[in-house]
Design a protein around this ligand. Structure first.
Ligand code: ADP
Ligand code: MG
Length: 423
């Protein structure tokens, strides 16, 4: 019985499919390969990793640690998070606590009674800019000394790297670069040193590679072998919809499910779940059990594309702002809106934008090329066989056009009015 997913990560009875991916990741872990799990947001990276850890945890072959760096502001915070999450590895925890003896003294046996959040604050107090590397090394050694090999999942690392790189004005600074470099080389060193005992899986909702490439730090990620998580294909998405409809006792005929998938174009699991949820509520309100093609169209137009109340799609904008900053975001906004309105983006237009957005003072700020790299890498746009780019997701394209396309007037001279052009 597949349960609805909501918007947080899912595992167990809410987790659907991804069998091949689970197998492939397990194989990597057993080979001692470090992985960089990449995909655009909401593809199910966190869920996949959580489910993998859950399954591996049951085998007795591994111990597992899951670290989320979303809220870490600096390297020391990241080490505090790593230290506290390593609590799940029995054979390492005592050694980790021993390493923090100076900040924990006086607690004695009461350590087990302290809430995890409070304990983290205590550990954090013992970590600073001068000692985070040694503290971090000690955690890695403790994990490596565990009887079973450890799978260490680190989620949202790119968010931290982004924070390290930039100042409050979203500019990449030399100090920031040094800090990011230091953190990544520390991680790489430990990954190499403990290969075989600790397998690292990095993941995050923004791409690490474009970020590192922008600042010339790509080599720091070269111990990680990329694993690209794809959207569901239409068959899988339709099967997921069918299982959900069974669980919630509604009827979604095949043509209805196919129509849902083709509207999405790219079956990002979260969008499939969202569509199901909205159809489910729509039927409930109408007091019906069986959905028609008209229901699909209505729900798509009125609910999936509604400008308000689509927190999730707004989140795409938030992430772009985070990663591209105050100077890069307007470029992305312009390019995405242009693409949504005109259906595609060609090289000529890109050149015009490159000219338009070039400024004298462009140190530490992303260029049109950098922005496009992020938009391609993070799954907003995709190159077509004819060399033009277009939105990957039909949903995001329609939503973006609704939100920004209304009075859109491109900053570059429009050469044609889009839609009428044969593709
Ligand atoms: N394997 C899956 N089965 C069912 N739903 C999924 C699956 N993967 C992702 N989802 C849906 O997508 C949402 C986002 O998943 P999440 O793992 O947080 O994505 P990411 O980490 O890539 O941003 C979940 O809340 C769930 O609704
Ligand atoms: Mg995630």
């Amino acid at each position: 019985m597949l349960k609805k997913g909501g918007s947080n990560w899912v595992e167990g009875e809410k987790f659907f499919d991804r069998e091949l991916e689970l197998e492939a990741l397990e194989e990597r872990v057993r080979d001692g390969t470090h992985t960089l799990l990449t995909a655009q947001r909401r593809m199910g990276k966190t869920s996949l990793v959580r489910e993998l850890l859950r399954c591996l945890g049951k085998t007795d072959d591994f111990d597992t640690v899951f670290v989320d760096l979303e809220t870490a502001m600096n390297s020391a915070d990241a080490i505090a998070e790593l230290s506290i999450q390593a609590k799940s590895v029995r054979g390492a925890w005592d050694r980790i606590l021993a390493n923090f003896a100076n900040v924990l003294k006086g607690l004695g046996d009461r350590i087990d009674e302290i809430a995890l959040a409070d304990l983290k604050v205590k550990l954090r107090a013992g970590i600073d800019a001068g000692n985070w590397k040694q503290r971090g090394d000690a955690v890695f050694s403790a994990l490596a000394g565990n009887e079973r090999p450890v799978v260490l999942a680190i989620d949202e690392l790119p968010i931290l790297v982004n924070r390290l790189l930039k100042d409050e004005n979203d500019r990449i600074t030399p100090e920031g670069k040094q800090e990011a470099d230091a953190f990544l080389s520390w991680l790489r060193k430990n990954g190499q040193e403990h290969q075989g005992q600790i397998s690292i899986i990095l993941s995050g909702s923004v791409g690490l590679e474009p970020l590192l490439e922008q600042v010339g730090l790509s080599a720091q990620a070269n111990i990680f072998s990329a694993f690209d998580l794809k959207p569901w294909n239409e068959y899988t998405a339709a099967s997921c919809l069918e299982e959900l409809s069974d669980t919630y006792r509604i009827v979604l005929p095949l043509d209805v499910r196919q129509s849902m998938c083709s509207k999405l174009r790219c079956c990002i699991p979260h969008h499939v779940q969202m569509f199901f949820d909205k159809i489910h509520h729509h039927l409930k309100r109408e007091g019906r059990q069986k959905a028609s093609l008209d229901d699909v169209s209505w729900v798509y137009q009125q609910e999936m594309l509604s400008v308000r109340g689509q927190m999730d799609l707004q989140h795409y904008e938030g992430r772009l702002k985070t990663i591209l900053g105050k100077t890069g975001y307007p470029i992305a906004l312009e390019i995405l809106t242009y693409t949504a309105v005109h259906d595609y983006l060609d090289d000529e237009t890109v050149h015009l934008y490159e000219k338009y957005f070039t400024t004298q003072d462009d140190v530490g700020t992303p260029s049109v090329e950098d922005v496009l790299h992020v938009l391609h890498h993070d799954g907003y746009l995709e190159r077509q066989p004819d060399g033009t780019s277009r939105f990957v997701s039909g949903l995001l394209e329609d939503w973006w056009r609704n939100r920004y396309g209304g009075n859109f007037k491109s900053t570059i001279e429009p050469r044609q009015s889009g839609r009428e052009v044969e593709r």
